[in-house]
Design a protein around this ligand. Structure first.
Ligand SMILES: Cc1ncc(COP(=O)(O)O)c(C=O)c1O
Length: 463
């Protein structure tokens, strides 16, 4: 029988969660079923996902930042289809392919001129791994410095710079590294002065907390300190690059001149895995220092044609559709709209963000009646109130969002960057209506909170 992907999907769609429960990640299936996120999405376009009945879901996750130009963008699809039809040689390895050369050229044009050499890989964490190796090789130092609450990926090198304990449990000893608080230059200088650090890794806008330094001059001063003590500054743009914060790269907000920049996720429009490391030529050449070291760092699929073509098309779309400008404009509209809700809902502590990475932080309400319910949830696990709101947003409004991290009462919203006012209004109205439910006590939202408490307690008991 001829292979036909369409009929295979048609015949089996709907078995998703059973298949995963049987063969893939059971714990994830359990979570998705518990919070009612076990939807079967059948189609996706732009900012929306559609289920089998054709109901639309506004995607406020954007594939964790992997689909900035919108899902299934026709220009990227066409580039991939055209390329496949050409039967180009791919991954010959002992050659230099045209598409990777062209992508390096196109990419570097979007960065300051001191960044003039590119290494291609397949994912964000792999770009971070390469950045670690380049930094160690260029400085001859071993240690890595990073922020509390940081996230740079989950392979063992990147994991050494993870600021959330839960991700580290069970994985043993990692690379030598140290977490420092944001906004404290004295602590930073004390560490850098040891001259033991190869690199200081920062997410200019931190993905887990959606925070950046309160002191606007912090990053410039941190950069100067890095230079003084010979530590390389790495700005991880994997999530907050590619237009997410309203600039092409988030480091542009502070006019930084990073030594190394890992990027990935949306680089290839969300259709083909792709990552890249941009750095200075002299840093690059310290790793590839001799002919016998020309593949001392490499990866089989790194420069593959499909990823390169998808990324070239993505960059063109970003220019043609003014995606970065739209991210800045719609980000402001979303932040303003949500800030407007803060006057109305005592649960909102703060709305913060840059461009279209936006967070809503919740706080204990003032009224006695609601405080008791809030405390009951907090006693079981901090963060469950935000989770209950996230559940409500999907259940009643078909708006897909996430809690920003465990134990934080923060919702994070990262839609595709091509949204318009209609999508902004839908998110703001959905948050407004979901929070309105919180005043009904007892009511469905608190009931959901109580169910989450039960689920959380049963997990704690079983571990
Ligand atoms: C800032 C940052 N760095 C690195 C990574 C890892 O990227 P990937 O999931 O492609 O390995 C992520 C993923 O969320 C990220 O947000």
């Amino acid at each position: 029988m001829a292979f036909d992907i369409k009929s295979l999907i048609q015949a089996r769609l709907g078995e998703n969660y059973d298949l995963h429960d049987r063969h893939i990640n059971r714990a994830l299936v359990k979570v998705l079923r518990t919070i009612g996120f076990d939807k079967v999405y059948a189609r996706a376009e732009g900012a929306y996902l559609y289920d089998r009945e054709g109901k639309d879901y506004l995607d406020g996750l954007g594939g964790y930042g992997a689909v900035n130009i919108g899902r299934n963008h026709p220009v990227v699809k066409k580039a991939i289809a055209d390329l496949l039809a050409m039967d180009m040689p791919n991954m010959v390895q002992m050659d230099c392919s045209i598409l990777s050369g062209l992508l390096a050229e196109a990419l570097l044009k979007r960065f300051p001129p001191h960044l003039n050499a590119v290494f291609f890989c397949n994912s964000g964490t792999e770009a971070v791994e390469g950045a670690i190796k380049f930094a160690r090789c260029a400085t001859g130092r071993n240690k890595l410095l990073f922020f509390d609450r940081a996230f740079h990926g989950l392979t063992t090198g990147a994991l050494a710079m993870n600021g959330t304990g839960m991700f580290l449990e069970g994985f043993g000893e990692l690379l030598p590294s140290k977490a420092i608080p944001m906004d404290d230059l004295a602590v930073l200088e004390k560490e850098l002065a040891t001259r033991e650090y190869a690199a200081f890794f920062v997410e200019p806008v931190q993905g887990k907390t959606v925070k950046y330094p309160a002191d606007d001059s912090y990053y410039q001063q941190a950069q100067a300190l890095c230079r003084k003590y010979g530590t390389l500054l790495v700005t991880d743009e994997i999530q907050v690059g590619m237009g997410r914060t309203g600039k092409f790269s988030s480091f542009e907000h502070w006019n930084l001149e990073p030594d190394i920049v890992p990027i990935a996720k949306s680089l290839s429009g969300g259709l083909v895995p792709c990552g890249a490391i941009l750095t200075r030529r002299e840093i690059y050449d310290k790793t590839f220092s001799r002919m016998d070291r020309c593949v001392v760092h490499s990866t089989t699929f790194g420069r593959n044609n499909l990823a390169m073509a998808a990324a070239l098309a993505t960059l063109q779309v970003m220019d043609d559709e003014k995606v970065v400008e739209n991210s800045a404009r719609m980000g402001n509209a979303l932040i303003d709209g949500l800030k407007g809700l803060a006057a109305k809902h005592e649960f909102i502590k703060e709305v913060r963000g840059k461009g279209l990475i936006v967070a809503i932080e919740f706080q204990e309400p003032k009224s006695l009646r609601l405080r008791a319910a809030w405390k009951m949830i907090q006693a079981a696990e901090k963060g469950l109130f935000a989770q209950a709101v996230v559940i409500q947003l999907l259940k009643d409004h078909r708006v897909l969002t996430q809690v920003s991290a465990r134990h934080l009462e923060v919702i994070k919203i990262t839609p595709v960057l091509t949204i318009g006012q209609k999508e902004v209004d839908r998110i703001v109205n959905a948050v407004d209506a979901s929070l309105a439910e919180c005043y009904k006590f007892p009511g469905p939202l608190w009931e959901m909170g109580a169910n989450l408490v039960k689920a959380s307690l049963s997990v704690k008991k079983s571990t």
